[in-house]
Every structure is written in C-alpha cells, then in structure tokens.
Design a protein. Structure first.
Length: 183
C-alpha cells in the first residue's frame, strides 16, 4: 500500500509539473497568433490608406513619437504615394512577424516587426513594418514606428551593410517614420 501511495504522489507531481509547461506552450502559441493578426491588420490599414491616397489616415497609424522623431514625414509620405504604383492584387507574409516584449515592474511594451510582399497590377513591393502595439506608460509610443517600402527585387539590399540602409557593418541603424531607401 505504501508503494502505491508513493507511486501515486510521484505520478501526480509529474502531471502537475508537466501541465505548467503545456500552459506556457499554449499561451505562447496564442500570443504568436495574436501577433500575426495584429501585424496583418496593420498592413491592411496601410494598404487601404495607400490605395485611397489618404494622408490623414496613414499619418494616424504612426505613433506620436515616430511623427516627432521623423525628419520630413510629410515629404516622405508624398514620395511614397508617388513610388507605390497600381492597385493591390494580393499580399503575402515574407517572414515573421517577430515580437519583442518587456515587462519592467509593470511597464509593458511590445514591438511587432512584420515583413510582407505586396503585389499590385504594376509592381511587386516589400514592406517592413515596426509597430509598437503596447506601451503602458507612454501612449505616445503606440503605433507604427517605421514603414519601409522597396521594390521586391531590392529586398536583400536593405540588409546589405554596404548599402547602409538598416545596418552599417554590424551596427543596426535606427530608422523612423516612412523610409524609401531605394526609389
């Protein structure tokens, strides 16, 4: 009888301990799905603003911080409307999204980076979006921080350290607002 009790206790403890990891795995899966839904919705909002040439709507997608830190936001937005040609036929995820989260004594932040190919009837484009979806202490940080658009065939160039678009050697270059590095 004693062996049976010990066996039962051991099995019960193993089940309890393994169930915690299952909950963590499930939560991670749910968060990843949520991140993808958030990223896809943001892309849809950007595409709609582009197709409608709606400057106010597009500008409203960006965080106040991004608008404050961006040099020549309105000029870059006008250039983007000229650069982006055609009606959108489809879009597909290139990779990601990748999300970074932090919780520093209750101050929660989350940035979602997403990468897409957007096909129009005239051109195929690559979109990179950095979206600050959560900042519990500073609502001015919530919204798009970066929208980078290039022709799809130029996608690899943005990562080329010699081009100095996103990287200068091993150093990451911080970009903000609307960025069209290769027109």
């Amino acid at each position: 009888m004693r062996k049976l009790k010990i066996s039962f206790i051991l099995i019960f403890n193993m089940l309890v301990l393994s169930s915690c990891s299952l909950v963590d795995i499930r939560l991670k899966m749910l968060n990843e799905v949520d991140d993808e839904a958030i990223a896809n919705a943001r892309l849809e909002e950007v595409i709609e603003a582009l197709e409608n040439q709606d400057k106010d709507t597009l500008k409203a997608l960006f965080s106040k911080q991004a608008l404050d830190e961006s040099n020549d936001f309105d000029i870059n937005m006008n250039q983007m409307f000229e650069f982006f040609q055609g009606e959108v036929d489809s879009w597909e995820k290139s990779s990601g999204p990748s999300a970074s989260t932090s919780n520093n004594h209750g101050h929660k932040t989350k940035q979602i980076n997403s990468y897409y190919f957007v096909n129009t009837d005239k051109q195929k484009y690559f979109f990179l979006l950095h979206d600050n979806s959560v900042d519990t202490d500073n609502s001015d940080n919530v919204g798009l921080y970066l929208l980078l658009i290039v022709k799809a065939e130029d996608r690899e160039k943005i990562y080329d350290e010699n081009q100095k678009i996103l990287y200068d050697g091993d150093e990451k270059i911080s970009r903000v607002g609307i960025y069209l590095p290769l027109k």
